[in-house]
Write a protein that binds this ligand. Structure first.
Ligand code: N01
Length: 549
């Protein structure tokens, strides 16, 4: 645990400055660094932000909190960390997760190998030396044998293509790079564009402060209350005593979640097809499952008619909270449930009962432009003092595409993926880019799972691979083309026939929120145990599908 227990740092390749460059200091980059140092590799982490935490550093908007219980959304690799850290409530707010990450970094003495405020601009592979040269916006060129992109799945912010965006004379804020010092909305006329997780989480908190709030909604969201609360006396201590079995169950569960999350609860309880259930009985599921009632059916994912029937239950739940029937109707999505991850919120629907909060349903007339005074829509103009953009990310591939990765013969990763889609072997490696690993890359369970569980599995797989290479004397490893294409096809086939890829679904999982991005379902939806088994099989078969030199 302490630095004195680390093995002496050794350089694999003497032509390199360090064995490994890790890009990003979020959950994955920090664990990767710890693991590498523990195994005696020299490593340097480069982080664009001026603090640690990745997603949990940038997304500090009001109301930001985790949607998997914190006791599960945390590192499991160290019993000491698990025992010592105290979460204050079920679903922790951003500031507590950021504090946790910083505490872990100090406890493991990680900071000495991390350069903050250092954005990687490009990285190119030298085949003759089997090394990468990483160039940063601070003018450094660092040579390493391995390059590990711990760049996150939701870390490339999208700016909406709205005319006049930069003409607004008031304050423009982005949820995904919210000011560190916070922002006081008191007495201000606020507007929010975007009702994904970030919008849904921030809207109730902004409404508490602002004198008025206008929400501009293009697509309604599926959301349900998180029911977060501080732990009861003794509750947390009891859970900690049970930590081993919780972690064991997490690893065996499809989404890496056992205590929380719609999937876990519903997977345990859903036994009926909604279309086989008499209409009169369907609503009765609300008494049993509450907000999970729309999800408590076995035929939701594969049958659009069943899905539509479940959306009726969802609409009833919204109507039970939102007083104005027109507003309640606007808050019901017109795409299938399960197309996007269900959001967990705190008082989201209740917020629309407040007289100073107005919902503008853009399906009845869209945004025409941002003007110096506010937002002009086909339904009228809205004067604002502050505009919050909660407009999302170029997910899964965006952060990787924005670094100019050049593999063998100078081939560009961005060009490759633009032409072929996000081809990756297991979400761990890309053909043509030897010695580059991606943590939770496209084609892995990542965003469909408890991210920390998936991150730990990838970090440990990569670390084992590097140890194997060191002990066997290999200097490069590269995903092969055919197995990569087969894996992409396998990932695609798993999602086929489900609402995740229905024509009516345009999620960021499909890249549908980014103009010009190839429509391909990016995450692996076969569940963590099957994915882990595949990764283990690949190793057992001598890194089958990878070329070792
Ligand atoms: O982004 P999003 P997000 N005009 O892409 C709208 C994770 N996360 O930051 O759907 C008007 O989901 C867009 O409308 P539409 C989580 O995995 C987790 O909220 O394209 N509107 C949509 O409403 C999540 O899925 C937590 O029609 C425009 C919104 O902006 C992922 O991050 C918290 C527009 C974007 O929603 C992304 O969430 C936060 C335009 N021109 C995030 N352009 C947790 O709970 C876009 N929109 C842990």
């Amino acid at each position: 645990m302490s630095s004195t227990q680390l093995l002496p740092e050794s350089t694999l390749d003497r032509a390199a400055d360090v064995d490994v460059v890790v890009i990003g200091a979020g959950f994955s980059g920090l664990y990767m660094l710890h693991k590498l140092r523990e195994l005696g590799f020299s490593a340097r982490v480069l982080e664009a932000g001026d603090g640690l935490g990745g997603t949990w550093y940038w997304n500090r908007y009001p109301g930001a909190r985790v949607d998997v219980q914190s006791i599960e959304y945390s590192y499991s690799f160290s019993e000491e960390i698990q025992e010592e850290w105290e979460w204050s409530e079920l679903f922790s707010p951003q500031r507590e997760i950021e504090a946790y990450i910083n505490w872990v970094a100090d406890k493991l003495d990680l900071r000495r190998n991390i350069s903050l405020s250092t954005r990687v601009a490009s990285a190119s592979y030298d085949e003759s030396a089997s090394t990468w040269t990483v160039s940063t916006d601070t003018g450094e060129h660092i040579v390493s044998q391995f390059n590990i992109a711990a760049t996150g799945c939701l870390s490339a912010p999208l700016e909406p293509d709205i005319p006049g965006l930069h003409s607004f004379a008031g304050t423009t804020l982005y949820t995904n790079r919210f000011p560190k010092e916070g922002f006081d909305f008191s007495g201000l006329r606020a507007g929010v564009i975007g009702t994904g997780s970030s919008g849904v989480q921030s809207i109730p908190v902004i409404a508490q402060q602002a004198s008025s709030l206008v929400v501009f909604q293009r697509s309604a969201a599926y959301s349900r209350p998180s029911n977060t609360r501080p732990f009861e006396p003794g509750e947390y201590e009891g859970m900690k005593l049970d930590y081993d079995s919780i972690r064991e169950a997490e690893r065996k569960s499809p989404a890496g979640v056992v205590l929380s999350g719609a999937l876990a609860v519903v997977a345990a309880g859903a036994t009926r097809d909604i279309l086989e259930t008499p209409v009169a009985e369907r609503m009765a599921a609300i008494d049993e499952y509450g907000w999970l009632a729309p999800l408590a059916w076995t035929d939701l994912q594969t049958d659009e008619q069943a899905n539509a029937a479940a959306v009726e239950i969802y609409a009833e739940l919204v109507r039970r909270v939102v007083h104005d029937p027109g507003v309640a109707a606007s808050l019901v999505p017109r795409y299938p449930m399960g197309c996007k991850r269900m959001i967990v919120d705190v008082d989201y629907f209740e917020t629309y009962n407040q007289p100073h909060v107005r919902l503008v349903d853009l399906r009845q007339g869209g945004i025409v432009a941002i003007t110096p005074t506010g937002v002009e829509t086909a339904q009228g103009s809205f004067d604002l003092d502050v505009l919050v953009l909660a407009t999302g990310f170029d997910a899964m591939t965006g952060a990787l595409r924005r670094i100019d990765f050049r593999g063998r013969d100078g081939a560009s990763l961005a060009d490759y993926w633009d032409e072929e889609g996000p081809v990756s072997y297991l979400g761990l490696g890309v053909a043509g880019f030897p010695n580059l690993f991606t943590v939770t890359g496209p084609g892995s369970p990542s965003v469909l799972s408890n991210m920390v569980v998936s991150i730990e599995q990838h970090v440990e797989w990569i670390a084992d691979c590097l140890v194997h290479m060191r002990s066997t004397g290999y200097s490069s490893i590269e995903a092969e083309v055919e197995p990569s294409l087969e894996w992409v096809e396998h990932v695609r086939s798993l999602a086929e026939g489900t609402v995740r890829v229905a024509d009516s679904c345009s999620s960021w999982y499909l890249g549908a929120n980014v103009p010009g991005k190839k429509r391909i379902y990016m995450p692996y939806s076969g569940g963590l145990p099957a994915y882990r088994a595949k990764c283990d099989e690949v190793v057992a078969a001598g890194y089958e599908g990878f070329k070792l030199k």
